[in-house]
Design a protein around this ligand. Structure first.
Ligand SMILES: Nc1ncnc2c1ncn2[C@@H]1O[C@H](COP(=O)(O)OP(=O)(O)OP(=O)(O)O)[C@@H](O)[C@H]1O
Length: 240
């Protein structure tokens, strides 16, 4: 894989057990930085992330064809991210994740605090996960993935439950993180377009790369047909 590509899918076909093909020859290359997967509901974004994480056949079974290659350890934070958090409190969760990735307990304790500060969730550390808001739990789930040593972070609708402050924090974080790359499936594309280095329209099981100039207009037309291209996108072509 060339130096700048952190995730590559080539001619990938996938179907869930008993179903028709939902990925139909997906080819994409995610460079370092943020890659945006956008497109209509049911187009295949989540399935691409599951395949990229190596989880599609492991969790669902089904049939997979084609090549998937990642530079570094890919890790998916799914839409139902609650399944991702196993502990009572974020502090326990992060310490557990750091220990699972090989740190001794004292270092795991220190790193949990450092990461929480970096993500702006230090005030959540000792609260019960079950009592956190959806947006707060989502940030804890992303922190867990980082603590587990994710190098290519795969995020399925990470902005869905974030308020504007949370969105700003998360976007800042995605740009700052010293990861190989971040691939984000998201409906609220207007937040991601300015920071995405690479943009794909995912529809009907295929991924089409979009140039920066055309992306706003194409996505606005696909996601909000009838509202009128770029203009509507600048007002917010969000579905989420
Ligand atoms: N666990 C599953 N079992 C069977 N079919 C599934 C499963 N998950 C998704 N599908 C089907 O695969 C297709 C692609 O779904 P996927 O969730 O990947 O799309 P998406 O673009 O992420 O949609 P959304 O924007 O609504 O999250 C859809 O037809 C969906 O019904």
């Amino acid at each position: 894989m060339e130096g700048l590509t952190v995730l590559r899918l080539r001619g990938v076909w996938y179907r869930y057990p008993g179903g028709d093909w939902v990925l139909r020859g997906v080819s994409l290359e995610a460079p370092r930085g943020v890659t945006l997967l956008a497109g209509p509901t049911g187009g295949g974004k989540s399935t691409i992330l599951r395949v990229a994480a190596g989880l599609a056949t492991r969790i669902y079974g089904g049939e997979l064809k084609g090549e998937v290659e990642a530079l570094g350890k890919p890790m998916l934070v799914p839409q139902d991210y609650d399944l991702f958090i196993l502990s009572l409190t974020p502090r326990e969760e992060l310490e557990y994740c750091f220990e699972s990735s090989g740190l001794p307990p004292w270092e795991a304790r220190r790193e949990a605090v450092r990461l929480a500060e970096e993500l702006g969730i230090e005030d959540l550390l000792d609260r019960r996960v079950s009592r956190l808001s959806a947006g707060e739990r989502q940030r804890v789930a992303i922190a867990s993935a980082l603590a587990l040593g994710a190098e290519v972070l795969l995020l399925d609708e990470p902005l869905a439950y974030q308020d504007p402050v949370g969105v700003g924090r998360l976007l800042g974080l995605l740009q700052r993180l010293e990861l190989e790359g971040v691939v984000v499936a998201e409906h609220r594309v207007h937040y991601l377009l300015p920071i995405a280095r690479s943009i794909y329209l995912v529809a009907e099981g295929r991924a089409r790369p979009l140039g920066r100039e055309e992306a706003g207009q194409v996505l606005a037309e696909v996601l909000e047909p009838g509202l009128g291209g770029v203009e509507s996108c600048t007002r917010g072509c969000s579905k989420g």
